[in-house]
Design a protein around this ligand. Structure first.
Ligand SMILES: [Fe+2]
Length: 164
């Protein structure tokens, strides 16, 4: 049996993962409409991954006889200045998610909820991967510069990362 506070925070995390999924869908669409098909595909695939993070949490709530009480999901940003702007924002977003996961881990640990603490370790490892992935993309866009040729090559590079 999970505590009310842990159930509340897990529910909030579900909404955050769904919100990340929606943001990445908007970003994917922005990329496609600006001819960055590689980044569009990458973000489309990544949106699905964020949705799976939400459903994994929901399964855990179901397994622990805890009620899912979805809250509204904020409207995600849809206007971006450039490909670099998109990936700077993805990185910032992942940092926020990491902070939120860390708070959940701390709550589980301090309230001696070792089942949730153990369950959350998957998210801790995942956030490490996500931060590394998005920081890498953001830094490579910066390195490549903003000529049409380098942006085309960067978009091809990002396409190669789709599904990760
Ligand atoms: Fe996530």
């Amino acid at each position: 049996m999970l505590s009310k506070e842990v159930i509340k925070k897990l529910n909030e995390q579900v909404v955050k993962e769904m919100s990340a999924s929606n943001l990445y869908l908007n970003m994917s669409s922005w990329c496609y409409t600006h001819r960055y098909d590689g980044a569009g595909l990458f973000l489309f695939e990544h949106a699905k991954e964020e949705n799976s993070h939400a459903t994994k949490l929901i399964t855990y709530l179901n397994e622990t006889d805890s009620l899912l009480t979805l809250d509204k999901i904020d409207k995600p940003e849809s206007n971006f200045k450039s490909l670099l702007d998109v990936f700077e924002r993805t990185y910032e977003h992942e940092l926020k998610v990491t902070k939120s996961i860390n708070e959940l881990v701390e709550l589980a640990f301090t309230t001696k909820d070792y089942s949730t603490f153990n369950f959350l370790q998957w998210y801790v490892a995942e956030q490490h991967e996500e931060e590394t992935l998005f920081r890498g993309i953001k830094d490579k866009i910066k390195l490549a510069g903003d000529s049409d040729t380098s942006l085309y090559l960067i978009d091809q590079y990002i396409k190669g990362l789709a599904g990760q």
